[in-house]
Every structure is written in structure tokens, then in C-alpha cells.
Design a protein around this ligand. Sequence first.
Ligand SMILES: [Zn+2]
Ligand SMILES: [Zn+2]
Length: 162
Amino acid sequence: MTDQQGGCLGGALRFATTGNPDWVTVCHCRFCQRATGGAYMVEPIFKKSVFRIIKGTPKVFSQVSQGSGKIVQVHFCPECGTKLHLSFERYPDVVGVYAGTFDDPDWFEIEPGKTQHIFLGVARPDTIIPPGFPTFVEHATTNTGDRCAPTTYDTPYMIANR
Ligand SMILES: [Zn+2]
Ligand SMILES: [Zn+2]
């Protein structure tokens, strides 16, 4: 089941995806904490070719990422303020969707081979990381595109233990 839809709180914006996410990032960074108002963002990453807005026109807020120095764009509803997705100067071919905006937010798999937890260095102390997932203190890749070495825990890991 890959064709999915989602939308904002008020219903003015709707989007559709016609493929599975390439991978899922669970991001604990301060940008995502502030943008979601929560502890972290669950962010399935889709190729732009399988994501489209089917109703309304999002407003775009651009900010330079402190980590990469590249622009990150937040696409949100001008009426109700819900954030739908992110696009990236650094990764121009993909979007990251705010997972909770899907009509069925649980439709895609969160599995260790396709999911990574990033920015554990600033995660809330009460956050518990499930075992088996690759984790990173900051980004998973360097600015030059090299992959950083992940840490994987065998048992649930509480951030306060860092
Ligand atoms: Zn983030
Ligand atoms: Zn809205």
C-alpha cells in the first residue's frame, strides 16, 4: 500500500505520495524541536517525483541550517499553520514529510535498515532510543557527503545516560 494522502489541520492543504519513503530520519535537533513544538521529528524522506501537493499552496519559510550552512525550507499552511514538509538545498531531489500529517501516520515501516536517529547530542534527556537503530550525535553525513560512524544500542537507551 504505497499511495497515501495527508493534509493540514484545517484541510486547506492536501498532499499525496505514490511511493514508499527511501528512508526515515528521526531527528532530535533543535530546529526540529522548535518547528514541531515536540521532542523530535519523525521524517520519512521521499523522492520529489512521488510527492505532490493536491490541494492549496503552502507558504515557504527558509532558514540556513546551522549544521550544514545550507538552506532548509519549511512548507506550511498559511491558514492553520500546520507544517507539511521540508525541502533542502543540500538534497534537492527529496522532501521530508512531517509524518503526523499523513491521514494514516503509521503506514510506513520504521525499521532499523531504513531508519536512523540523528542529533542525539541535543535530544531531550527523557527520550528513549529503541535498540537496533543506527544513531548519530549530529548529522549522519558530513558536509562533504561522507557517512559518519553510527552507534547502535543493544537495549533501549535513555538519553539522560549520556
Ligand atoms: Zn532536525
Ligand atoms: Zn491548514
